[in-house]
Design a protein around this ligand. Structure first.
Ligand code: FPP
Length: 257
């Protein structure tokens, strides 16, 4: 992994531990080439493969990709069908590589709307990779940050009702254990492609101290070099976590610890 960092001239200790990516711009990429929108999504899947492989090789702890939002269910039926078809293909085709690369795979989001065959592909892959030690690769599917927070609240309420927890004892760490991202490293960086500057209901709780990067590149054009460009920009940011610049010099290292 440090070999890959050296190859890209990146300092491993200045890299984010957890990156979220809002992969935007597939439709515009296709339309500008007079292709159907699904051609953009297809090219987008190739970038998913490229960027997740590189992130793993760089030693990034966790990568969370926004593949399908809660709101995306309202897209035209044929586009939803095409995206689900691509997802099916991805889960089957990537299995070998995910397992070989020691990646820990999970899906975050509301699974209730997913078809049973996709669900069982996801469950198989999660089960098969749960003891892996490499990068956590999470795909946000049928996902919305507000929905995730509500699901966590409901889990906590039922624990309290069952007498397994006390309302007064609920703290941030306990709450995080009820989120879909439980156990993942803190989110350090969010990248959104295609020039849009919105968070679009992605990892709302987790983004509290994330650094945001808005890249004009459309996702199907977002290659390794563009990813590394953003990682370099991250390495150069000073993160203060609410402290003064004077405190940061002394404390950042321990906060990142
Ligand atoms: C946003 O572009 C992208 C999506 C809604 C889907 C993202 C999905 C992929 C990259 C492929 C599937 C992923 C996996 C993991 C198999 P858009 O369609 O909103 O683009 P536009 O804003 O240009 O219309």
């Amino acid at each position: 992994m440090s070999q890959t960092c050296a190859q890209w001239h990146l300092e491993p200790t200045r890299l984010p531990r957890h990156i979220g990516i809002i992969m935007d711009g597939n439709g515009r990429w296709a339309t500008s080439r007079r292709l159907p929108r699904v051609a953009g999504h297809r090219k987008g899947v190739e970038r998913v493969q490229e960027i997740s492989e590189l992130a793993g090789n760089l030693g990034i702890g966790a990568l969370t990709l926004y593949a399908f939002s809660d709101e995306n269910w309202r897209r035209p039926e044929d586009e939803v069908g095409a995206l689900m078809g691509l997802l099916r293909w991805y889960l089957r085709a990537e299995k070998k590589r995910i397992v070989k690369n020691d990646v820990q795979f999970r899906v975050i989001g509301d699974r209730r709307k997913l078809s049973s065959d996709i669900l069982s592909l996801i469950q198989d892959l999660e089960l098969e990779t749960r003891n892996n030690k490499g990068m956590h690769l999470s795909v946000a599917l049928s996902y919305g940050g507000r929905g995730e927070i509500l699901r966590a609240v409901k889990r906590i309420v039922s624990q309290v009702e069952a007498g397994e927890a006390f309302a007064d004892d609920i703290d941030e760490a306990g709450f995080e254990k009820c989120l879909d991202t439980a156990g993942l490293p803190p989110l350090d960086m969010i990248v959104r492609t295609s020039g849009e500057r919105r968070v679009s209901n992605f990892l709302l709780w987790q983004a509290a101290y994330a650094e945001f990067f808005f890249d004009d590149t459309l996702w199907p054009d977002f290659d390794s070099a563009r990813f590394v460009h953003n990682l370099r920009a991250f390495s150069g940011r000073e993160r203060r976590f609410g402290l003064t610049p004077e405190q940061v010099g002394k404390k950042t290292a321990s906060l990142l610890g």
